[in-house]
Design a protein around this ligand. Structure first.
Ligand SMILES: [Zn+2]
Length: 146
């Protein structure tokens, strides 16, 4: 029924149908490349520390991840995972957060890896996780930072 005094307004014309746009895209697997040769840095650090401390070199494994950086940690070292005693398998594990090393100078990278390697020596000396947990961080971090 038309409104009083006039006819029904016509609806506005429909806008033209959008034209689909094809955007070329590709999935490219870009391998994350290590910012440094961490294995070589760790071998050098291990040799330097063994020589300076007059101890045998430690057995170690490196884990390099490309996870998004979180926090201020560049790397982490452990000789225990939960109740699993890695020292029982004669090694210490250094986890490197590769993205944190992007833009770091080679000298700083060597310093960080040497710091982590020193934790391997400390943990080997502590021998047990319970003993390691009793070491004050001011000592464990202070020694490793020298
Ligand atoms: Zn540390």
């Amino acid at each position: 029924m038309p409104p009083p005094g006039g006819s029904m307004p016509r609806p506005p014309p429909m806008p033209p149908a959008p034209v689909p746009v094809l955007i070329p895209a590709a999935y490219v697997i870009a391998g994350n490349t290590a910012a440094f040769d961490y294995e070589q840095l760790a071998i050098e650090a291990n040799g330097t520390l063994a020589s300076m401390l007059h101890l045998s070199a430690v057995e170690f494994l490196l884990n390099v991840d490309d996870d998004p950086p979180h926090g201020s940690e560049y790397a982490q070292t452990t000789s225990w995972f939960g109740a699993l005693d890695l020292l029982g398998t004669h090694h210490c594990e250094i986890s490197i957060h590769n993205q944190k090393f992007v833009g770091v100078t080679p000298l700083d990278a060597q310093s960080i890896v040497t710091h982590e390697m020193f934790h391997c020596y400390q943990q080997r000396a502590a021998k047990y996780l319970d003993s390691w947990k009793k070491v004050s961080p001011s000592i464990s971090e202070g020694e490793a930072t020298w």
